[in-house]
Ligand binder design. Sequence first.
Ligand SMILES: *[C@@H]1O[C@H](CO)[C@@H](O)[C@H](O)[C@H]1NC(C)=O
Length: 176
Amino acid sequence: MAKNNLAIVAVVLTVSSLCSLAYCADGEKTDIFVEGKVYCDPCRVQFPTRVSEPIDGATVGLECRSRENGTIMYSLEGKTDKNGIYSLPVDEDFAELICEVTTVSSPRDDCNDKFADFEKARVLITTKNGVASMARYANPLGFMKKEAIPECKEIIKELFPDEEDMPEEFKEIIEQ
Ligand SMILES: *[C@@H]1O[C@H](CO)[C@@H](O)[C@H](O)[C@H]1NC(C)=O
């Protein structure tokens, strides 16, 4: 009886220390990956609309910086598939780092303007926040067409029925 209990304790200890090796320590191996979408913004509004299209073959970069001194501790580039989805394997727990995905380049000559403030999608790369899935989703990122397509006037009016709420730069698109 006492022997059996000891065996159980030993198994529990082994399993929990495996967990801490595989998932619970910084820099240790995990299956974690960052996933997100890159779209073409034909309206130059810098957010997805119903005329946005996925961009196939867009390059994105993931950079993780130290919270303490800003040094880049990890960086990786990847490309989107035909659905505009990228998946960047990280395989490490970066709870202590600030990680961001940015757009690098678009293969589409008609849709390769970067967003004004170099849009970044911040993503927390850790297994310590209780999320069971190994995917960490970043907000969508995009590139703009050089000029808004005609349909955008209608879309912007739908989004801002009250013209007082409409940002100035969108009023310019409507007046074009
Ligand atoms: C910056 O901080 C990280 C820990 O977050 C450390 O590993 C690294 O050596 C530091 N780099 C510099 C240049 O101080």
